[in-house]
Design a binder for this molecule. Structure first.
Ligand code: 5GP
Ligand code: MG
Length: 176
């Protein structure tokens, strides 16, 4: 079992600062922007992006949360499907540019479930996607707009993301 560090604390800090600048530049400001973090670690990353955007632009960007968990559909197939279990959006997303934030993008099924939920809750003008790690292996036509790092992986490799808020330190590792 081999663990290799892909991003250390400084690299994560720089990647989030760059993504904050990219979000501001791509959207020509953030007055119509809402960040939405996906369940555990995406929420902390979204909050950090909002802090940085505030430092750079002097503007508060609302941060919402989506809790997406795997749901086993026993009646049809023995496969797990991501399902939105809960959402907490502080403002209406109608007409807004929503930036979804997650730690790792893999097949794209979680993001698809997130997009369905957002579209159900009021029609956003646009949905963009920010991820700390894109590990490849997409099964849907989904690509991130903002990427911390592209990490080519095999199917069996697992990316471990830890964040200081709950895991004591910031780190991204790959387990072979
Ligand atoms: P997807 O739905 O794209 O297959 O998987 C993305 C979701 O599963 C994300 O919410 C992400 O947190 C989690 N995930 C998928 N693969 C990995 C991985 O290798 N490492 C970590 N930490 N999370 C993963
Ligand atoms: Mg996740």
């Amino acid at each position: 079992l081999e663990m290799k560090t892909i991003l250390d604390e400084a690299a994560i800090r720089r990647a989030l600062t760059r993504i904050a600048h990219e979000i501001i530049e791509r959207n020509k400001g953030v007055s119509e922007t809402v960040l939405v973090g996906i369940r555990t670690r995406g929420i902390y990353l979204a909050k950090r992006l909002a802090e940085r955007i505030h430092q750079i632009e002097g503007q508060q960007v609302p941060v919402g949360e989506l809790d997406i968990t795997l749901y086993r559909d026993d009646l049809t197939e023995k496969t797990e499907q991501p399902e939105v279990r809960d959402s907490d959006l502080p403002v209406s997303i109608h007409g807004k540019t929503v930036v979804l934030v997650d730690d790792v993008l893999f097949t794209g099924r979680t993001v698809r479930a997130a997009m369905d939920a957002l579209i159900d809750q009021g029609r956003p003008k646009m949905i963009q996607l920010a991820v700390l790690v894109d590990r490849g292996h997409r099964e849907l036509p989904i690509r991130p707009d903002y990427i911390g790092k592209n990490v080519p992986t095999s199917q069996s490799e697992v990316v471990t993301v830890t964040v200081a808020e709950i895991d004591l330190q910031d780190q991204v590792m790959i387990r072979k």
